[in-house]
Design a protein around this ligand. Structure first.
Ligand SMILES: Nc1ncnc2c1ncn2[C@@H]1O[C@H](COP(=O)(O)OP(=O)(O)OP(=O)(O)O)[C@@H](O)[C@H]1O
Length: 252
């Protein structure tokens, strides 16, 4: 019998593995025992109504917050762990940008946190700003950006260091349909090149593009599967209908 070497088992291990995550605020349980595996190279969507616990789960997975009980393994490492920050790209729901600095200065700041410098840094800044179509606005102060431009800059920052895992909390909110389409094209291309992507959404047509979806409601994962399998399982024509059937209500 042969056993996988540590290196090969690291490659086959899930990128995200949570077990029994519980998180409460002021005596109210917001996440109620979430166990989830996301495999390498997957584009995984967390779909749920406002307040269902998506952001809270993302914060536990990225180590920004700590669970009351349960465990998170990210790329095989027990979270929270500060050194893991370099291994994933994170786009929060609220843009964490410095308004008084230009977009270029913001990118340079985050590049230095990720250990990027010199020509590589300039190349990456050009490449990610091209993806989000902001090259013409590199030298503008972020305070002069619109809401949608700030979302796009936040996405560019998450992509800077070419992380093996991208965690995106509602990445396309406030972004117009044309650019949204081009961002999705880029996300699918990144996935095809092996990047694992975990994102949250309440938009059904975005959820349809994911390899697998986790339906979340009132802090519980009610179903995890491919969009097609979720529809088949619930006898639904659309994902929206499947969500209502499998999610256990009509609030979504
Ligand atoms: N720090 C906190 N203190 C108290 N309550 C919180 C805190 N963070 C989240 N909550 C509550 O937990 C619940 C889940 O919030 P969360 O932000 O995870 O939902 P969500 O599914 O991401 O919603 P949305 O789609 O609107 O972003 C909400 O009722 C929210 O008010």
């Amino acid at each position: 019998m042969s056993f996988p070497s540590p290196a090969s088992s690291a490659l086959t291990a899930p990128v995200v593995e949570t077990e029994g995550l519980v998180r409460s605020f002021g005596g109210r349980t917001v996440l109620d025992g979430i166990s989830l595996r996301i495999e390498r190279g997957e584009l995984f969507g967390l779909l749920g109504p406002s307040g269902s616990g998506k952001t809270t789960l993302i914060k536990l997975i990225t180590g920004i917050d700590r669970a009351d009980t349960g465990t998170v393994l990210l790329l095989g490492e027990r979270m929270p762990k500060l050194s893991m920050l370099q291994r994933f790209g994170y786009m929060a729901q609220a843009d964490a940008l410095y308004g008084e600095l230009t977009a270029r200065e913001n990118l340079q700041f985050f590049a230095s946190l990720y250990g990027l410098s010199g020509i590589r840094r300039s190349e990456r800044i050009q490449a990610v700003m091209a993806v989000v179509d902001l090259l013409d606005h590199l030298n503008k102060p972020v305070s002069a950006y619109s809401g949608g431009m700030k979302r796009r800059l936040s996405l560019a920052i998450a992509l800077l260091h070419e992380p093996e895992l991208l965690v995106l909390d509602e990445p396309t909110v406030g972004i117009d349909p044309v650019l949204r389409q081009s961002i999705w094209k880029e996300l699918l291309a990144l996935r095809d090149n092996g990047t694992t992507i975990l994102l949250t959404t309440h938009v059904m047509d975005e959820a349809e593009k994911c390899d697998r979806i986790g339906l979340i409601r009132d802090g519980c994962l009610t179903a995890v599967d491919t969009p097609e399998a979720l529809k088949t399982r619930s006898g639904a024509q659309s994902l929206e209908e499947a969500f209502i059937t499998l999610g256990g209500g009509e609030r979504a």
